[in-house]
Design a protein around this ligand. Structure first.
Ligand SMILES: CC(C)(COP(=O)(O)OP(=O)(O)OC[C@H]1O[C@@H](n2cnc3c(N)ncnc32)[C@H](O)[C@@H]1OP(=O)(O)O)[C@@H](O)C(=O)NCCC(=O)NCCS
Length: 262
């Protein structure tokens, strides 16, 4: 019997990253040694630390209990992270992001490509929205109450980044080649995403949540976190109730495909 894939996410702060490099593999230490800027070094470390936690959870589920230093997360030529153990590439999807001293990562127990992104909620200028968002996205933000616009612009931007990471394009692609549709619950703390891509045409699915002033988004293809299932699972949670479910392991773990911890 094959079990259905599970996706594990992890959010970690720079303060949680152990000092030193014992938890890094030799190949990772070589990459780290080449990084010069303190911010880049700190971001890289917290991103790797979160990615190793998410990957370790996936591996544990498969009965493998690796040391974190044996899980190697290296950038492919296009910049996308790939995981290896003992020189063999793992057939696990993985994505990572860093923002404001936090690292955020998602990994899957199958090879489905994933994208994730974390962004601090902050205002985006009208010029930014005009240049990087589709006309429909810009109109959606414009129609929204002014107080919610920074959050909505941050959410749409983060969702685009997640989708472009799934496609391994990043910001090499036109950000308007992904149109973000919120599939419920955007006034609250979490919800589902539908990501309509051109070049080539496809629809990705995703989810988002807000915690501690940061938007988190995850995207993937197919039924990874299809809006229908997401809605069903969370219908009983009132949006905007201040519930801290995303800050702990609570609500996301209720969704069969997801597990994660802060
Ligand atoms: C991917 C990208 C959108 C992320 O931008 P960002 O908001 O500054 O950064 P985030 O913290 O959210 O994500 C960074 C992580 O995205 C991942 N990433 C980078 N390129 C990626 C790609 N093509 N596809 C998927 N993920 C990618 C990396 O793991 C990176 O973290 P790391 O460098 O510490 O390993 C941006 O880096 C980009 O467009 N890169 C492609 C173009 C480029 O200049 N590449 C240079 C490296 S070849």
């Amino acid at each position: 019997m094959t079990s259905s894939p599970t996706y594990h996410w992890a959010v970690r702060s720079q303060a949680e990253v152990p000092p030193g490099t014992d938890w890094l593999a030799p190949a990772e230490r070589a990459v780290f040694a080449r990084l010069r800027l303190p911010k880049r070094r700190a971001d890289w470390r917290v991103g790797r630390w979160a990615a190793k936690q998410a990957l370790a959870e996936c591996l544990r589920q498969a009965g493998v209990l690796p040391r974190l230093a044996d899980i190697v997360v290296l950038a492919a030529q296009d910049g996308a992270p790939e995981a290896q153990i003992a020189g063999t590439r793992l057939k696990l999807g993985v994505s990572l992001s860093h923002s404001g001293g936090l690292g955020f990562a998602v990994a899957g127990t199958d090879s489905v490509p994933l994208g994730c992104d974390i962004e601090r909620v902050e205002p985006r200028s009208p010029g930014f929205v005009h240049d990087y968002f589709t006309a429909e996205e810009a109109a959606f933000i414009q129609r929204s109450p002014p107080a919610t616009r920074p959050f909505l612009a941050t959410l749409l931007w983060s969702a685009k980044e997640s989708a472009l990471k799934v496609r391994r394009q990043g910001l090499r692609a036109d950000t308007r080649s992904v149109e973000v549709h919120l599939a419920g619950g955007h006034g609250g703390h979490f919800g589902a995403l539908s990501l309509r891509c051109t070049e080539p045409v496809a629809t990705l699915h995703g989810c988002w949540w807000v915690a501690d002033g940061f938007v988190h988004t995850i995207a993937g293809p197919g039924e990874l976190c299809a809006p229908g299932r997401w809605q069903d699972e969370h219908d009983e949670v009132p949006f905007g109730d201040g519930s801290p479910w995303v800050a702990g392991a609570g609500r996301l773990e209720a969704l069969p495909a997801f597990a994660g911890h802060r």
